[in-house]
Design a protein around this ligand. Structure first.
Ligand SMILES: Cc1cc2nc3c(=O)[nH]c(=O)nc-3n(C[C@H](O)[C@H](O)[C@H](O)COP(=O)(O)OP(=O)(O)OC[C@H]3O[C@@H](n4cnc5c(N)ncnc54)[C@H](O)[C@@H]3O)c2cc1C
Length: 393
């Protein structure tokens, strides 16, 4: 099918199947409806458009993916609960998992049958995630597999998740980056406790998780023992690219802070207001083009590296600018109560934290793009058990 026909067919499918105002299911409520929608999306050939057919994808190109995304912008797709799986953990299994893991996990993810979360951050390990303390030890009783104990925090959509990509410490006698191992953990297993955390939007976007003697079979290890850091770097790269590209976030149709929505809500006869809207439009468009280029390069096998961090930083700055502009143009009442803008405005600061803070993104750009001297790191060569954070050693 040529691209124009593909695009026409995608639009017709969206008109038939995607409500343009399904805002409730687009957020983290309405999970059952969201799952039904994902199954229809996959059956129609629009989930995993560029993923290999062998693992449940469509085996198409970036051109089809972009064409579908362009049409989907006019709708609100209820795909939020799948955003971690589609944008971060799925691509990690695709890149670094075994064939058995790809065969087991990817198709159910793309059909929306299973929801995923990403378990990296801990109360004492966020920006410096390699200092995490959740331990996985060989299961002495059974003689095979692993047993996990510890705590994670800020885990998005974990209250709905079936599976989690879990970064653990497996060796305390080596420096902190060298003693980590990645696993897939069954979030429904006894010993996994998930507690939703309400944020300032009034919703629970993320959770704290406790692991008490949770067994994990060795087949669910992703990558080699003690090579978890390199797997985590793969996930973090996909995380930055997918956040900035809005993977799984549905269309912009219902974003009350978009240029289109603000144009309807404010006095556009004022030249200063028009000026600000043009500035927002330019920044939005420039980031979209930058993301498009990164996606094309990634598909062509060119590693975007620290430019993924630049995209994530630009999105965080754009989101904060957009929230600030929306507040200034619509007045203080927009940040309270049920005003359509209040959720978008109170969620905006989270973008400067989740997926790595703006300061960390700047450090990475300074280090790897601008070749500035790296931050002093005194703990990179010290065994984890000798560091102050390594109290469980
Ligand atoms: C909405 C949202 C969703 C999230 N979802 C997930 C998830 O699904 N899974 C997951 O594992 N985590 C998740 N996180 C956690 C997120 O990755 C961390 O919040 C983030 O990495 C920062 O860690 P921290 O909160 O521990 O802050 P800290 O690391 O304690 O940082 C505190 C402050 O110090 C600054 N800082 C720290 N180190 C440096 C440095 N070297 N140089 C300069 N400044 C520095 C930071 O920029 C920040 O301003 C989410 C967070 C948010 C807000």
């Amino acid at each position: 099918m040529n691209l124009a026909d593909y695009r026409r067919a995608a639009r017709a499918w969206l008109i038939e199947n995607a409500s343009s105002d399904d805002h409730e299911a687009a957020q983290d409520d309405g999970v059952a409806r969201a799952k039904q929608f994902m199954a229809r999306l996959h059956d129609a050939g629009y989930s995993g458009i560029t993923w290999p057919e062998q693992w449940g994808g469509q085996g198409l190109t970036q051109a089809e993916e972009r064409a579908f995304a362009a049409e989907a912008r006019d709708f609100t797709l209820p795909t939020y609960v799948f955003s971690i799986g589609l944008g971060m953990t799925g691509p990690t299994i695709l890149d670094r998992g075994s064939d058995a893991q790809r065969a087991r996990f990817l198709r159910p993810l793309l059909r929306g049958e299973e929801i995923w979360c990403q378990l990296f951050s801990e109360p004492g390990a966020g920006s410096d995630v390699a200092s995490l303390q959740t331990r996985a030890v060989r299961d002495g009783a059974r003689g095979e597999g692993w047993v996990v104990n510890g705590q994670k925090v800020w885990t998005s959509v974990a209250q709905h998740a079936d599976w989690g990509l879990l970064l653990t410490r497996t060796d305390v006698d080596v420096p902190k980056h060298k003693g980590l191992t990645m696993f897939v953990v069954d979030m429904r297993h006894p010993g996994v406790t998930v507690r939703p955390l309400k944020d300032m939007t009034g919703r629970a976007h993320f959770n704290e998780i406790f692991f008490d003697d949770v067994p994990i079979p060795d087949e669910h290890r992703v990558g080699e023992v003690n090579d978890g850091w390199s797997v985590a770097v793969t996930t973090l790269l996909h995380e930055r690219l997918s956040i900035s590209a809005g993977v799984g976030m549905g269309g912009q149709k219902d974003n009350p802070a978009s240029v289109e929505a603000l144009r309807q809500a404010v006095d556009t006869t004022d030249p200063l207001v028009r000026d600000e809207l043009v500035e927002l439009h330019i920044r939005t468009r420039a980031l979209a083009l930058f993301n498009q280029r990164l996606a094309q390069e990634t598909k062509a096998g060119i590693f975007p590296g620290a430019r993924g961090s630049a995209a994530k930083l630009l999105l965080a700055e754009l989101t904060l600018y957009q929230a600030d502009l929306a507040t200034r143009l619509t007045g203080p009442e927009s940040v309270v109560g049920d005003h359509p803008l209040s959720h978008a405005i109170s969620l905006a600061p989270a973008m400067a934290l989740g997926g790595g803070t703006n300061e960390i993104m700047r450090n990475i750009i300074g280090d790897r793009v601008l070749n500035l001297p790296p931050e002093p790191r005194v703990d990179k060569t010290v065994p984890f058990k000798d560091l102050k954070v390594g109290t469980q050693g």
